[in-house]
Design a protein around this ligand. Structure first.
Ligand SMILES: Nc1ncnc2c1ncn2[C@@H]1O[C@H](COP(=O)(O)OP(=O)(O)O)[C@@H](O)[C@H]1O
Ligand SMILES: C[C@@](O)(CCOP(=O)(O)O)CC(=O)O
Ligand SMILES: [Mg+2]
Length: 327
């Protein structure tokens, strides 16, 4: 039996535009998905601990046609199963064991569908654990490459390498198309996360941006502008100019809003953080609902968020320099 874990992430800059080849800079935070894998005779049995209502756990035997008998929507179960099944396929292929069967348990403290990359963390940890259980030790870059295939498949062909590379490597990273690099020297960012308790559908939001970009030249220009902003943001980050990083995060939120992926609750959390003198604040991830990330050395933004209607949870997020690991 093997357990692997992988971290969540926030985007300092560049989500959505990264899908079209612009650069992005996500960074890993200290919240993790854990996936435990044990080989079994045949079939795959999956226990998704976090897809629970009132303590019932979803147990789903993908070798049967049974539906799990719980009060969670079919689409939520199907999506969760999609990530796990694709990750298992990747692990079987990497180990040359196409028939391998598994018992799998997924758990963690990353809110689902909230822009913190729970999908990538689950895919990364599942591939690392399942290959290790089959006796194959993949390095973090190989895990990232395979986990990207998982997101690509589940998000219907529209995904970047950013989330999966960041979760596999840890720390701050830069992704532009197939070019994935770690950014050295970033070890202390005063990150604060606000969570509205909701979620966005990553696939649908990405498709929505594709539509406006194809339809309006100004939206295509907005995507290009995000790319320019990310290049400046990366420079400021490397130079340790956190004030400039914050300013550019604010502009990035505005440009994401222009692409239609913000929401009332995300905007009100962003403004609560700014009113409390955060250096910057923006939504993180696909948007629609979920999380914002702010930059604030004081406790003020955290306190302001905790009193903001619509903000269900606010917490400090320490940068996690460690990526995927065996527990
Ligand atoms: N712990 C988990 N257990 C089961 N499924 C999970 C878990 N974490 C993530 N997932 C899957 O990932 C989906 C969320 O991914 P996504 O919409 O990309 O948002 P994000 O990656 O920002 O959390 C969930 O709906 C679920 O299908
Ligand atoms: C919108 C996007 O740039 C990031 C999605 O992040 P998340 O799944 O919402 O955490 C999509 C992608 O890069 O694959
Ligand atoms: Mg995701």
């Amino acid at each position: 039996m093997v357990t692997a874990s992988a971290p969540a992430k926030v985007y300092l800059f560049g989500e959505h535009a990264v899908v079209y080849g612009e650069p992005a800079v996500p960074c890993a935070i200290e919240r993790r998905a854990q996936v435990t894998v044990e080989e079994r005779e045949e079939g795959v049995r999956v226990n998704l601990q976090d897809l629970t209502i009132d303590g019932f756990t979803v147990e789903y035997d993908s070798s049967d046609d049974d539906r799990p008998d719980v009060d969670v929507s079919d689409s939520l179960v199907d999506a969760g199963m999609g990530y796990v099944n694709e990750a298992i396929e990747q692990a079987r292929e990497a180990a040359g064991a196409p028939e391998a069967g598994f018992d799998i348990t997924v758990e963690g403290d990353i809110p689902l569908g909230a822009g913190l990359g729970s999908s990538a963390a689950v895919a990364v940890a599942a591939i690392r654990a399942a290959t290790a259980e089959l006796g194959v030790e993949l390095d973090a870059r190989e895990v990232a490459a395979r986990a990207y295939q998982v997101e690509h498949a589940v998000q219907q062909g529209e995904a970047s390498r950013a989330d999966t590379f960041c979760s596999a490597m840890g720390g701050a990273v830069r992704v532009e198309g197939d070019d994935c690099r770690t950014i050295d020297g970033v070890d202390n960012l005063p990150l604060v996360v606000g969570y509205d308790g909701g979620a966005g559908d990553t696939g649908a939001l990405v498709a929505g941006v594709r539509d406006v970009k194809d339809r309006y030249d100004f939206a295509a220009d907005t995507v290009t502008a995000i790319g320019d902003l990310v290049r400046q943001g990366e420079r400021a980050l490397v130079e340790g100019d956190v004030e400039e990083v914050g300013r550019l995060m604010n502009f990035n939120h505005g440009l994401l809003s222009a692409l239609g992926v913000s929401s009332r609750s995300l905007d009100s959390m962003v403004w609560a953080a700014r009113d409390a003198d955060a250096l910057g604040a923006k939504l993180t991830g696909a948007g629609g609902g979920g999380c914002i990330v702010a930059l604030d050395e004081s406790e003020d933004a955290l306190t302001a968020l905790s009193y903001t209607p619509g903000c269900e949870d606010a917490f400090r997020a320490e940068l996690d320099t460690e990526g995927v690991r065996i527990e």
